[in-house]
Design a protein around this ligand. Sequence first.
Ligand code: C2E
Ligand code: MG
Ligand code: MG
Ligand code: MG
Length: 283
Amino acid sequence: EAKRRAHGSYQLFEPQMAEEVNRLLQLESDIRTSYQEHHFTFYLQPLIDLHARSLVGAEALIRWEHPLRGLVQPGEFIGFLENSDMINPVGLQLLDDVCQFIRMHKEQGRFPPELRIAVNISERQLYDADFVGKCQSVLRKYKLPGSCLEFEITEGAALHNLDEVVDKMRKLQNEGITFALDDFGTGYSSLSYLKRLPVNKVKIDKSFIDDITIDPQDAAMVASIIAIARNMNLLIVAEGVETDAQAQWLSQYEGILIQGYLFDKPLTAQTFAQNYLPEPAVF
Ligand code: C2E
Ligand code: MG
Ligand code: MG
Ligand code: MG
């Protein structure tokens, strides 16, 4: 026991560990400052109807415009952020920014009423006691209906208190916000959550899409997910479509929506508006 403890305390002074602790402390204070100075922003990736080849929506994806490091991708910080309390203010700031973007383009007559911008909502945000109230306030602030928004959640978000999450989802649906189940198939009990969460859409994770044209097991899995989602009257998105062959394979099914580099990558909000929103109305 003494030996184990001694070993344990000795480990605290391993230089590698100290480095890691330092890195995380630095990241935390960096995030705090960047929140205050509004260095977090979002890109928009178009969501396309595969058959019609038309825009049906876009997903807002967080980006960190770091004053020293340049543009930082979520892979480098989102895990840490989602496990810290800062996800709540940062997530709300992002939602506010998205709504401001929609308001501005609505005023210019450039935001089609049927378009929705999807925003990723993480577990801690859903467990914030006043999450619904905060979302309602942002909608009121910009005088927007909830029907211009979709929230993307993962099954992990409902892991701890399903009833509370479902209750909040219903309240937000009453505002017109729809829900998508993100990264579908990657969790432990996707089917059980698909049944219990009131979602309108499933997003089939990229890891299933990658090899649909070469791996019969992946193809069978995606075919089954599509069949289930259809029987449940859900919209279906294939995430991470990169090749013509994948699009070709998916096009054997009606009504599939795709999001992926094949069609377009995430764009700055300004570029998205230039390339995808109608011209400003001239009065
Ligand atoms: P996600 O919600 O599943 O978003 C899709 C990710 O796939 C995005 O990565 C997107 O850029 C990437 N992607 C789309 N098409 C392709 C493709 O054809 N090939 C490849 N290789 N990748 C593709 P991104 O922007 O790096 O975001 C990663 C994850 O970070 C997101 O996965 C989401 O879980 C999280 N995230 C992003 N923005 C937010 C946010 O505002 N809040 C929260 N809580 N999480 C966010
Ligand atoms: Mg997403
Ligand atoms: Mg996903
Ligand atoms: Mg995700």
